[in-house]
Structure formats: structure tokens, C-alpha cells
Design a protein around this ligand. Structure first.
Ligand code: NAD
Length: 515
């Protein structure tokens, strides 16, 4: 555990404020953590900041040695961490290992490519004017990166953002959601356990997010669009850069030539895994008229067969787990009620009980209903027929969000053409969420779904944590020529500069020679 979590007072209501983590599965108290105060957050930030220069000084190879040891520690402790994740989120046991698995895959990807991504860039001069110069781009980390993460994927979303920052040479102050702090705190504790330099810490507590934003040099935030707006204002006031991953309302478009059984199975998985609590969950389905009935029949069949066992033992064969917060169950309940009031039909599921909401398919929906326009973050799939692909694209783009989407078709080339017309950051053709595991690809939302540096995405995913120093030096010592441009000016020099600019800027003989 980090310094603060070591000092946990496990008595609820003790002298210090506490964070009680209860399992959504059976409301059992899983752990009680001592909540840190704003002053303690500042203290942790000061300690991390003091340790960061030595971390940077270690150099890339030195840092990678620690990151690889840390990878091994995570693998050795995977069962314990994944167990905590299952308990605190209530997600199906089968889904829990995915978070750590993907995080380790991302860690390996950045370890393998960091030298290429962070090495000094040496671009060629772009033209004659600077041809005598040698150009360099150097990358140096922001000393302290703040990572603020949500409760739906508490492990992966924190580690995806924190690990590249550590590799870049930054210190990382991580604030997980107070709803789900246990698995990620256990994972970060491993950093200390392997004896790595103390540049990585979590702080858990209520109302401390803004203190984190005030303490760091770069903010990587994942959460709701509303909180993102608040964090953006605070970051702007401090003139610090940020990367935001925010809410979504992802569309799936099913064309008449799609393999409907595959589309139904994929869309059920994309919309309902993690009980729909996924920023990139399928939350709207548009199906071409001619295959609409057949698709709905397939989808209802798949969803009706999903296994949910509220409060019961999950032996790994449960498909749909619990939802993390009761307030999110209330959102799902309210959206179904609103849709039904306006004429929608519940084809399967439709109601919640405690932390569990049934996997649900709605038909007869349209964009007057909240379930088609507002983020659901619950296991609900509303399906709407469309005349043709043009209507499907128009409706998919009729949203304040622009995170990701999927297109289902028998013609991959056509699927890719449609993908380029949807106003979102990522599209999967004949799949869902495949892009999340493709680390060379950027994950970044359009519109209200994101701002600033996106997540991962090859070199950009690690360079965003760095400031650049551009250096020029002479490739050929022709300083006398450069000095011709310096003071003092003269009519001859003024004419020469004008003519040179014309010569270099024009792309036709007439203009080049002023004819
Ligand atoms: P949230 O916005 O309520 O909280 C996110 C984090 O921000 C939490 O750690 C919270 O404590 C912290 N926070 C709250 N107020 C803050 C403030 N003023 N300053 C700094 N930090 C503050 O989001 P949530 O309910 O935890 O998560 C669900 C939301 O996250 C959904 O909207 C979902 O779409 C979004 N999300 C987006 C992605 C993505 O990659 N685009 C991934 C997962 C979740």
C-alpha cells in the first residue's frame, strides 16, 4: 500500500474520515480505508515531486528495468488484485482478469517501443531556407502527472494512463474513484513492494480531485463529461495541459448484408458486458429495415439466454454482473420508464433490483427518448429500424457524444467507408471495442466525449506526457550567410530578402522570378 493506505484506520467512523467499500454483489463491507485529507494530498504531491528528478535521471533503460519488474509483480499478484476488482465492482468474474491483462499488454507495448517514441527526433529541414541546420526534438516529461479515474474499469483505466507517464519519466499521483479504490491501490502497492523509486502513489478520499488537479503539471482524466468540464476550467486557470476521456453514446449500424447472428452476438457483448458500464458500450442500434425483424429476433434470443445471478456465487459462468452504484441503476430504470411512456416496448429484461439490472432490449424507440440521446451506462440495448445507410449515419451523428461506433456488414470495404463518415474517435467493423486493445491506435473522443490528448495511440500516447525542446545546430558552418540577415539592414538587404522569399515560396517560374 502507499504511505497513506498503510495508515488505514479500519474502524468505520473512527477519528479520521474513512472510505467504506461495499461489494455491489451482496452489500458486504470489503474494506474500510482511511480517507486522505487535502493537506495529505499536497504532502504526497510534494514527496513525489522531490523524487521525480532522480527518476528522470535514471534514464529510459533504468526506468524500464523497474517497469518490467513491476510487470512481473503484477502477474505474480494477479489473482489477488483481480479478486478485489470482482468484489468491489461486482463485475462478472469472467470479465475481471481482462483489466489487468490489457494493462500488462499496454505496459509491454510501451516498454518495447519507448526508445523509438522518446528518442531524440531528427527531422530533416523542410526547405532551402533552413537546409544548413541540423534539427532535433527532445522529449522531457512533465514532472508530475495526475491521473483521475472512474469506477467502471478502475484498474485498466488508471494503469493505461499511469504506466506510459512513468516510462516517460514523470511522477504519477493517481486518484481512483472512491467507489472502487481497492484493486488499483493493491496494484500500486506493488510499486513500493518491489522497492521502486517512490514516484507512484494513490490518494483515496472524497472531494480531493480538485486538489490533485492543483498539484500536478498534466491531468489525465477519465470520467463524466460534466466533471470533465469542471476539471478543464481548473486546468485552464493553471495553464496546464490535459487529456480527457469522457462519456459516450455509441451507435451500432447493422446493414442488410450483415451476418445477423454474428452482429446480434457482437452487439449483445458490446452493449451488455460489464453491465453496460463502459464508455464505449453500444447504447443505440440502427438496423436497415429489410432485416430489422430478423435481427431483433436474433438479439432477443441472445440476450434472453444471458445468465445473471443477483447476490449469488459467481463461479465464472455468470454473464452479467452487478452495477457499481445504485444511482446508475436508477438512471437505467428511469430511461426505460421514459422510453415505455413514449411508446417503446421492452422485449426482454427492463427492470432492476438492488445493484442488478436485467440485460434489456427495447424496440419502438426514437430520438425523443432519453435512452437514445443520454448516456445510459447500463445494460440496455435500444434498437431502431432505419430506411437506409444514409439515415443510419445521420442518426448515429445526431448526438452530443462522439466516442466510438461499430458497423456490421458483409462488405468490409463499404464498412470502412461508412466508418469514416461517423463523427467518432474509433470505429470497429464487424466487431466491438476491438480498437481498445490496439495500442498503436489513438482512443480519443469527438464532441463531448473527449478533449486534449487521447489515450494510448502509439507515440502520441507517451509523448503527451512530455514537453519538447527543439534544438537547431549548424549542419554546415555557414554562419556568415545567416549573419547577412542580421543587423544592420540596408536597401540592398531588404531587396535580397524579398527576392529570396519569392524564389523559395513560388511554385511557378513566373512568380519565382517576378515576371
Ligand atoms: P465522474 O466524472 O463522476 O468521476 C470520475 C473521477 O473524477 C472520480 O475519480 C471522481 O472522484 C473524480 N472527480 C469528481 N469531481 C472532481 C473534480 N471536481 N475534480 C477532479 N476530479 C473529480 O465519473 P464516474 O461516475 O466515476 O465514471 C463514469 C463516467 O466516466 C461515465 O460518463 C463514462 O462514460 C466515463 N468514462 C469514460 C471513459 C473513456 O475512456 N472515454 C472510460 C470510462 C468511463
Amino acid at each position: 500500500m502507499t504511505a497513506h493506505l498503510e495508515a488505514v484506520d479500519r474502524t468505520p467512523g473512527a477519528r479520521f474520515p474513512t472510505v467504506t467499500v461495499t461489494s455491489p454483489i451482496d452489500s458486504r463491507t470489503v474494506d474500510v480505508l482511511r480517507a486522505v485529507t487535502p493537506e495529505e494530498v499536497r504532502g504526497t504531491a510534494t514527496r513525489l515531486r522531490a523524487a521525480q528528478p532522480a527518476w528522470e535521471e535514471l534514464g529510459l533503460e533504468g526506468r524500464l528495468t523497474w517497469l518490467r519488474r513491476y510487470r512481473n509483480w503484477l502477474l505474480d499478484n494477479a489473482d489477488r488484485i483481480t479478486g478485489l476488482l470482482h468484489e468491489e465492482t461486482g463485475k462478472a468474474k469472467a470479465e475481471a482478469p481482462i483489466e489487468l491483462g490489457l494493462s500488462i499488454d499496454a505496459l509491454n507495448y510501451y516498454c518495447d517501443h519507448a526508445a523509438e517514441f522518446l528518442g531524440t527526433g531528427q527531422p530533416w529541414p523542410h526547405g532551402m531556407l533552413t537546409a544548413t541546420k541540423r534539427l532535433e526534438v527532445n522529449y522531457r516529461p512533465y514532472p508530475m502527472v495526475g491521473v483521475i479515474s472512474p469506477w467502471n474499469y478502475p484498474l485498466a483505466l488508471a494503469l493505461f494512463d499511469a504506466l506510459p507517464a512513468l516510462i516517460a519519466g514523470a511522477a504519477v499521483l493517481l486518484k481512483p474513484s472512491s467507489e472502487t479504490p481497492l484493486a488499483i491501490s493493491a496494484a500500486v502497492a506493488g510499486w513500493e513492494e518491489i522497492g521502486a523509486p517512490r514516484v507512484f502513489a494513490t490518494v483515496v478520499g472524497a472531494g480531493i480531485g480538485s486538489v490533485v488537479v492543483d498539484s500536478v503539471d498534466y491531468v489525465q482524466f477519465t470520467g463524466s463529461t460534466a466533471t470533465g468540464r469542471t476539471v478543464a476550467q481548473q486546468a485552464a486557470a493553471r495553464l496546464i495541459p490535459y487529456g480527457f476521456e469522457l462519456g459516450g453514446k455509441d451507435a451500432a449500424i447493422v446493414l442488410a448484408d450483415a451476418d445477423l447472428a454474428q452482429a446480434a452476438a457482437g452487439i449483445a457483448f458490446g452493449g451488455l458486458s460489464n453491465s453496460g458500464q463502459m464508455c464505449t458500450a453500444v447504447e443505440r442500434v440502427y438496423v436497415e429495415d429489410s432485416v430489422y425483424n430478423e435481427f431483433v429476433t436474433e438479439l432477443v434470443e441472445v440476450v434472453a439466454a444471458l445468465r445473471q445471478r443477483p447476490g449469488g456465487l459467481d463461479d465464472g459462468s455468470v454473464d452479467i454482473g452487478a452495477m457499481v452504484t445504485l444511482s446508475q441503476v436508477a438512471v437505467a430504470t428511469e430511461q426505460v420508464r421514459d422510453a415505455v411512456d413514449k411508446g417503446a416496448t421492452v422485449r426482454v429484461g427492463g427492470s432492476g433490483d438492488g445493484h442488478y439490472f436485467e440485460p434489456t432490449v427495447l424496440t419502438g424507440v426514437d430520438h425523443s427518448m432519453r435512452v437514445m440521446t443520454e448516456e445510459t451506462f447500463g445494460p440496455i440495448l435500444p434498437v431502431m429500424p432505419v430506411r437506409d445507410v444514409e439515415e443510419a449515419i445521420r442518426l448515429a451523428n445526431d448526438s452530443q457524444y462522439g466516442l466510438s461506433a461499430s458497423v456490421w456488414t458483409g462488405n468490409t470495404r463499404r464498412g470502412k467507408e461508412i466508418a469514416r463518415r461517423i463523427e467518432v474517435g474509433s470505429v470497429d467493423v464487424n466487431d466491438v471495442n476491438a480498437h481498445l486493445a490496439c495500442f498503436p491506435l489513438p482512443m480519443s473522443g469527438w464532441k463531448s466525449s473527449g478533449a486534449g490528448g487521447g489515450r494510448l495511440g502509439g507515440a502520441a500516447g507517451i509523448r503527451k506526457y512530455c514537453r519538447t525542446t527543439a534544438v537547431t545546430s549548424p549542419r554546415i558552418e555557414l554562419s556568415a550567410i545567416a549573419a547577412l540577415l542580421w543587423f544592420p539592414y540596408s536597401p540592398w538587404k531588404t531587396r535580397a530578402v524579398g527576392q529570396t522569399m519569392r524564389l523559395l515560396g513560388a511554385r511557378d517560374i513566373k512568380r519565382r522570378f517576378g515576371m
